[in-house]
Design a protein. Structure first.
Length: 245
């Protein structure tokens, strides 16, 4: 079997594990999201390093819910200083400013995404959001997070703080492919699995909303006829409420 096929088989195995073990947490997440949508609360997504990509996965895209607020902090992302972002995500003390800048409030929902679930910023954010009355959902790798100690002063991991934990069912270290003559593994799985989990939760959340007679607004593809008109109306309506629109 070629390594490309091995990677695909690994992803299939992870999807099977998610189907078998994560149905309850996906349903709980969908219930929390649907409640926020129906009640007009906001849904935040926060992640550092590569995890920030999953914040953007649900934001401003074809079929994406309008009521999605990605928390995008450049010092914690990769496009300016990748190595610096690794150092920054281990710091404590940034959560208060992020929380206030984005106007988070009690009864909002936040999905905090961290494959390791052990670094300072995400733990700080989870603790603060819990204290302030938000519903905290963790998207993490339980196998990885339980293999090492927390890097936060509290000694807690993300999964030990969250109200709901979504497990991406990955391996320790995230990368999954070994090749003869190369030290260490290549090809991570957390982004593929995380995107699937989040979209599955959204699909179920919208289904719950529709069952209750509520139909959430969403974007369509800008690359179909009429798409720009639909999206521009939504942007104009909500650009003052959603930070990055």
């Amino acid at each position: 079997m070629g390594k490309h096929n091995e990677y695909i088989e690994n992803i299939k195995s992870i999807i099977s594990q998610i189907e078998e073990s994560c149905g309850g947490s996906i349903e709980a997440t969908a219930c929390a999201l649907s409640k926020a949508l129906i009640e007009g609360r906001r849904i935040f997504l926060f992640g550092t390093g590569h995890s920030h990509m999953l914040c953007e996965e649900l934001f401003y895209r074809a079929g994406g819910l309008l009521n999605i607020q990605p928390v995008l902090i450049e010092s914690l992302m990769l496009h300016i200083d990748a190595a610096g972002s690794t150092a920054a995500e281990r710091e404590e003390g940034l959560a208060d400013k992020i929380f206030n800048d984005y106007g988070m409030k009690a009864d909002d929902v936040i999905v905090i995404i961290s494959n390791s679930g052990r670094n300072g910023v995400v733990i700080d954010m989870a603790l603060l959001c819990k204290e302030k009355g938000l519903t905290v959902i963790a998207l993490t790798n339980l196998r990885h997070t339980m293999a090492g100690a927390s890097r936060h002063g509290s000694g807690k991991r993300l999964c030990e703080i969250a109200d709901i934990t979504l497990d991406n069912c990955g391996c320790v270290g995230d990368a999954c492919i070994e090749i003869d003559g190369i030290d260490g593994k290549i090809c991570a799985t957390s982004t593929v699995a995380g995107a699937m989990i989040l979209n599955a939760a959204v699909a179920r959340a919208v289904e719950i909303c529709a069952d209750n007679g509520f139909y959430p607004e969403h974007f369509c593809s800008a690359n179909i006829d009429g798409g720009d008109d639909i999206n521009n109306r939504l942007i104009e309506k909500y650009k003052k409420e959603i930070k990055h629109l």
